[in-house]
Design a protein around this ligand. Sequence first.
Ligand SMILES: Cc1cc2nc3c(=O)[nH]c(=O)nc-3n(C[C@H](O)[C@H](O)[C@H](O)COP(=O)(O)OP(=O)(O)OC[C@H]3O[C@@H](n4cnc5c(N)ncnc54)[C@H](O)[C@@H]3O)c2cc1C
Length: 458
Amino acid sequence: MVVDSRRVHVYRDGGATDSPVLYWMQRDQRAEDNWALLFAREKAQERNQPLAVMFCLAAQFLGATESHYRFMLSGLAEVAETLKKLNIPFFLVKGNPSELLPRIISLNNIGCLVTDFNPLKPVIEWKETTRNGIQIPFYEVDAHNVLPCREISPKAEFSAMHLRSRINKRLSEFLVDFPALREMPESNFSHPWNWSGIQSVQAASGPSDFNGYEPGPRAATAWMNGFITGRLDGYALLRNDPTQDGQSGLSPYLHFGHIAAQRVALEVSRQEGATVSRQALLEELIVRRELADNFCHYNRQYDSTQGFHRWAKETLNVHRGDPRPFLYTFEQFRDSETHDLLWNAAQRQLVSNGKMHGFMRMYWAKKILEWTNSPEEAMEVAIGLNDAYSLDGRDPNGYAGIAWSIGGVHDRAWGERPVFGKIRYMNFAGCKRKFEVEKYIRQNFGVMMKKLQYQENN
Ligand SMILES: Cc1cc2nc3c(=O)[nH]c(=O)nc-3n(C[C@H](O)[C@H](O)[C@H](O)COP(=O)(O)OP(=O)(O)OC[C@H]3O[C@@H](n4cnc5c(N)ncnc54)[C@H](O)[C@@H]3O)c2cc1C
């Protein structure tokens, strides 16, 4: 068996049928290093049947913008090109997947449906509705996590420490190399594909709006290689300094599945030297990232204050009526119009680059808690901005990061303060001690230096 069965979740059981296999690609938008596609290929081979890949473009997905769609579609155009060389047709269709899939499956006499793992609510709803509307076997394969989310833990883990200990015990079982995706025998499955709503993925794609980020698996691999050869050594030292280019910058590629986290983990583990940096990167890439999937998978309230732990809800409730030092609307936050130049610079970095530095994301979200009327409003503003502007937004990492910042998820209680209660606090002075705040502001908001002087003197 090419794919470890512990990666596979059976949505709908059923025997083998002599008809084609369809991989409904969602989160793992790549041909190489994709356990779900490898599994679908395996099923097709077992049945001696053709294999096709389909991506269903929903009109609305968690606030994604046109720029995000273009980025994604350009990546998919590359995937389609790679698959074509392997005799695997790729189809892009537009609409609600749970409405389209049963019809497409029936019209094309599909005998087996495979998809990848994604713990986000709209995707789970699509899968559940699809399962109820079809009669064929339907499998979900975790192609996103190094250690399959459902397998590594049966419950929401309380903290990184808890998941880390599970991961460390079993990492070697799952951190294995990927087999190559082998060519399929030629078939006439692609002509004609019995569905009138097929879109041209090439026509739908377009240039990237995101400074420095080119879409697609090729660009993702080049980015990873550049990071490993150029910046991995300094990762442990520089990653928490927002004025430096010290992080890997891989999150957009991981988010769209243009590269497998497992590929990055394998390549990083193979490097010699830089032990501390390698360990630090693997901690973020595996433990923290997979903790976010664990949080969203086992907690359907991941995007609301209802998803916080009891202690956090209680402490935030105690401080619900505390006067807020400042109050801003969504639009004021969006337009970087707070009194705090550091916050404004972070928001500017998000809007203009499509990605905010990781350290600043914590400060950014915590200040939204401090400057809105309630934790509920803070969640709404932070998620709204993150999902609309971040290239890597609409991701479990985003929901977990925001819930950590505003609701103490995966964190512990700290000293009590106004508004925050026992949720960990961050402030401007703390940032000043950690990095060159003025430099970061200049990098993202150069013209406002005069106002910084004003803020510090007052
Ligand atoms: C308020 C807030 C919002 C966030 N929103 C997002 C988001 O929308 N999308 C997103 O991918 N990450 C988000 N994060 C997590 C983290 O900040 C980013 O993953 C990281 O900054 C991405 O940059 P990088 O790839 O250069 O990270 P690196 O430091 O190079 O890390 C490598 C990879 O490890 C993973 N990783 C790193 N830090 C974390 C973390 N704290 N939690 C989970 N995984 C992590 C990511 O997949 C990242 O790409 C958020 C964090 C906070 C506090």
